[in-house]
Design a protein around this ligand. Structure first.
Ligand SMILES: [Zn+2]
Length: 114
C-alpha cells in the first residue's frame, strides 16, 4: 500500500498526487499534471491566475468558474479558496448583452474557420 508516490501537490486544492516525471517531459499530453491533480483544477488555476494578474475582471472570472467544477473549493488551499471566495462574491451585473451575434448566422461563423 506504500505506493503513494506523492511528488506534487495541486496548487489549487493542495492535494498530493503523483505525476510521472517522464510523462511531464512529453509536454502536450498533460502539461497540467505539473501543477494540479485534475484538469478541472487546472482550469480553475488558469482562471485564478488571469484574475490575479488582472487579465480578466472578477465578473469574467466568475463566469469562467461557473464552467469549472469547483466542488469542495472551500477546502482548497487558502490562497486559492480566498480568491475563489472573492470572485464568487462578485455581483455579476446581468446586463443582457445585446446579442450582436444574432445577425451573423451560425453557419457563417463555422465557415469562418479556415
Ligand atoms: Zn486539485
Amino acid at each position: 500500500m506504500a505506493e503513494t508516490n506523492i511528488n506534487h501537490h495541486c496548487i489549487v486544492c493542495g492535494t498530493g498526487y503523483h505525476a510521472c516525471d517522464t510523462c511531464q517531459e512529453i509536454k502536450g499530453i498533460a502539461p497540467w499534471r505539473a501543477y494540479t491533480d485534475t484538469v478541472e483544477h487546472y482550469k480553475i488555476f488558469s482562471v485564478l491566475q488571469d484574475y490575479n494578474g488582472k487579465k480578466i475582471s472578477a465578473e469574467d472570472a466568475k463566469t469562467k468558474l461557473d464552467n469549472c467544477d469547483i466542488t469542495g473549493w472551500e477546502s482548497f488551499k487558502e490562497s486559492s479558496a480566498s480568491l475563489i471566495r472573492k470572485i464568487l462574491a462578485t455581483e455579476t451585473k446581468k446586463v443582457a448583452k445585446t446579442t450582436k451575434t444574432t445577425k451573423k448566422s451560425k453557419k457563417a461563423e463555422n465557415d469562418d474557420e479556415k
